[in-house]
Design a protein around this ligand. Structure first.
Ligand SMILES: C[S@@+](CC[C@H](N)C(=O)[O-])C[C@H]1O[C@@H](n2cnc3c(N)ncnc32)[C@H](O)[C@@H]1O
Length: 398
């Protein structure tokens, strides 16, 4: 199974989960759908919090009804959690639910009714001796089932849990909640520049995993100069490339198409931050966001910045400050900002400590009406203003 196929399947299931998903499940395959759903539930379960799994691993079977048959898949929760097709001869519990019902509950968004028809068989419920050594089965099952309903974990907690520095070293997560909250339940495409872990292929990816939990229906792309393929998961894809290479930035757009959110946490080198923004802001869909982290580097010589030339457009902040003129200044004839694709589609800018968030939309309102005086009125003129059908008239204009 190539990674491309994996996230093509998951995206198809996410999009289908809000409606009639039967045909898509047939195309993806019932067994593969079961594997993707159970894998997702394990991710959401935080099973490493459950005591006792090191001593006594717990096996839970999912019996998922589909097309008149049953697709079985099981979880073995020990030091780590694994999942496999089929049902072993003995298990601690069996969760029975329809495959389509489970798909809607996991990927159908927060308005989905959850699993109304889910039933649990506790296999040792009559055997007190067996049960006493595996009481933690109740927690394991409760946590697996929780993933069908409760997906609204706090982002700062997810940051700490996944080892991301977006809360604790930096304090970005509250700002992210402010801007990302309204999008959380949508089937999104998200790109983060910079995966983390540098040259070690298996290290990094903390924020990719955090975003995966925070956005339960998103497909997340991580971009890094190093190969990070071992970090791929069904909803996480890694792409190797150098963000300072314009040809790579162009090919990125061709590979992943329109996106909802870009987060630049890559090299933090001013020329890369600027060229990344100029190349990738165009990929963001209207209503989407472009975020740049660690803007303190704009003042560091070693990152192409300067603490003296603070308005120099060759520094990240100098460049971004100029964008603000495009938001407010209207009059071209007064030497206003020349509109380009970025100024025409940038509708908001929010600055926090070392962090900036840009809104994508349509910024083509045109200038204020010509009858609005371009010179500030005196107090006497303001007193004498008459309100008529033609708008505001100062006496001095009569
Ligand atoms: C700060 S870490 C990213 C941390 C990650 N975003 C997180 O929050 O978990 C920066 C990453 O950017 C990568 N990087 C540095 N220069 C790059 C470049 N020119 N192109 C792409 N990635 C680069 C590094 O390999 C490193 O893994």
């Amino acid at each position: 199974m190539t990674s491309n196929r994996a996230h093509h399947d998951i995206r198809a299931l996410i999009l289908a989960a809000e409606g009639d998903a039967e045909q898509v499940v047939r195309e993806v395959g019932a067994s593969r759908t079961a594997a993707l759903l159970v894998g997702e539930l394990i991710d959401r379960a935080d099973l490493d919090d459950v005591q006792g799994l090191n001593h006594t691993p717990i096996t839970v079977v999912f019996d998922l009804a589909f097309d008149g048959g049953t697709e079985s898949h099981h979880v073995i929760a020990g030091k780590t959690a694994e999942h496999h097709p089929g049902a072993p001869a003995s298990a601690h519990a069996t969760i029975e639910v329809g495959l389509l019902e489970l798909l809607r509950a996991v990927f159908g968004g927060w308005r989905s009714p959850g699993c109304q028809n889910l039933r649990i068989q506790w296999n040792d419920i009559e055997d007190v001796t067996a049960l006493s050594s595996s009481m933690h089965v109740f927690q394991v099952v409760q946590r697996l089932v929780r993933g069908t309903t409760d997906q609204q974990a706090d982002l700062s907690e997810l940051s700490l849990r996944n080892g991301s520095d977006k809360w604790g070293l930096h304090y970005y997560t509250p700002h992210y909640e402010t801007h990302f909250g309204r999008l959380r339940d949508r089937p999104l495409t998200i790109v983060e520049l910079g995966i983390g872990g540098y040259g070690e292929p298996t290290a990094g990816g903390a924020s990719l995993r955090m975003w995966k939990r925070y956005f339960p229906r998103a497909v997340i792309y991580g971009v890094d100069i190093f190969d990070k393929a071992p970090l791929r998961e069904p909803r996480i894809h890694t792409i190797q490339g150098d963000v300072s290479d314009p040809a790579f930035l162009r090919s990125l757009g061709e590979e992943i198409g329109p996106v909802d959110i870009v987060i630049d946490d890559g090299s933090h080198y001013c020329p890369d931050v600027i060229s990344g923004f100029r190349s990738l802001f165009g990929l963001v869909r209207p209503g989407g966001l472009y975020v740049i982290e660690d803007l303190q580097t704009s003042y560091w010589e070693g990152y192409g910045g300067s603490s003296v030339r603070r308005d120099d457009p060759a520094t990240s902040m100098g460049h971004l400050k100029r964008l603000l003129d495009g938001l407010a200044q209207e009059d071209q004839e007064a030497g206003g900002v020349e509109p380009d694709e970025i100024t025409r589609t940038l509708t908001g800018a929010h600055f926090y400590r070392s962090l900036a968030v840009f809104d994508k939309g349509v910024n083509q309102e045109g200038p204020s009406p010509s009858w609005i005086p371009r010179t500030r009125m005196t107090y006497e003129e303001m007193v004498d203003v008459e309100w008529g059908g033609d708008g505001l008239k100062a006496d001095s204009e009569d």
